[in-house]
Design a protein around this ligand. Sequence first.
Ligand code: UD1
Length: 306
Amino acid sequence: MPGSEVHDETVLITGGAGFIGSHIADALTEHNDIRILDNFSTGSRENVPATATTIEGDIRDEKTLAAAMDGVDLVFHQAALVSVQQSVEQPEVSHAINVEATIEVLEHARKEDARVVAASSAAIYGEPQTVPVTESDPKTPTSPYGVDKLSLDHYLRLYHDLYDLETVALRYFNVYGPRQTAGDYSGVISIFKEQAMNGDPITVNGDGGQTRDFVHVDDIVHANLRAATTTHVGDAYNIGTGSSVTIQELAEAIRDVTNSASDIVHTDPRPGDIRHSCPDITKAREQLEYSPSVSLEDGLETLVQL
Ligand code: UD1
C-alpha cells in the first residue's frame, strides 16, 4: 500500500497544496498526521486531503514556518520557486525561496530532530559533459534556479555531516502528471497539453532538439516514500526514468495523443535552458530501491483523459 511504511508520524509537507506536495500528502494521509504549509500562489485548496491541517502562509515568514515545524517528525520540503525562466527574471526571489527558506526549514528540523526529504533538481548539473549523468558528475548550473537548488542540495548534506540531521536530497528530473497547472512558468507538458487541446500553436522553444527525462508524479511520490525510511541519509539521488526525449518529439506525442490539429511552432531559445538532460538512476535503484513504473506513453494517455 502506498505510504504504508510511514506510520503515526507528524508530517509536514511544505508546498503541500501544490502539484507534487499534494500527491505526497494523499499517499500518507491515512496513517499519519499531515500538516500542509502553502501560500497558495500556485497550489490549490482542492488538492489538499480533507484530513490534513492546512497552515496558510509564506515559507519565508518566520512565524508561519515556526508554527508549521513545531513538533514535526518528518518534513517533505517541496515549496519552491520551480520555474527556471522565472529565476532568470527574478534571481533574488529564487534565492529567498529556494535557499534562505530551506536553511530555515533545516534549522527548525535540527531543533525537532526531524528528517528532511527535499526537492533538489536536475538543473544543478547544468550542461552535462556526458549523459546519462551520475550524482558525482560536475555541477555547473546555467540558471539562478540551478545554483539555488545546488545550494539546497549541499545544505542538506552539510546538515547531515555537521549536525547529524537525517536528510535526503532528491534530484528530480522533469516531473509531470495530474494537478500540474498550465501557465507561463509551468512545466512544458502542462503547457503543450493545454495548447493542443485548445487547438492553439504548440510553442517549442528553439529548435526542439533539447532533451528531457519526463518522470510521472506517481514515481516521484514513490521516491519520496523510500527516502522517508531509508538508512542511506545525508545523500542525494537522481530521480527520473533513465531515458529522455527531445522537446520536438514531446510536442508531436502530445499532439497525437490529444488528436489535435495544432501547429508546432518554434520560438526563440530560452535563456538558461539546458540542452541535454538524462539521469543515471542506478544509485536510487540500489540504495533507495526506487523503481520507476510509468512510461511516458502511458503517463500522457492518462493525463489527457482527465
Ligand atoms: C523543470 C522544472 C524544474 C525542475 C527541472 C528538472 C518546471 C516549471 N520546471 O525545468 O522545476 O527542477 O525541470 O530538470 O516544472 N519548453 C518549450 N515550450 C514551452 C515551455 C518549455 O519548448 O512553452 C521547453 C523548455 O525550453 C525546455 C523544456 O521545454 O527545454 C522543459 O522546460 P520546463 O518544463 O520549463 O522545464 P525545465 O526548465 O527543464
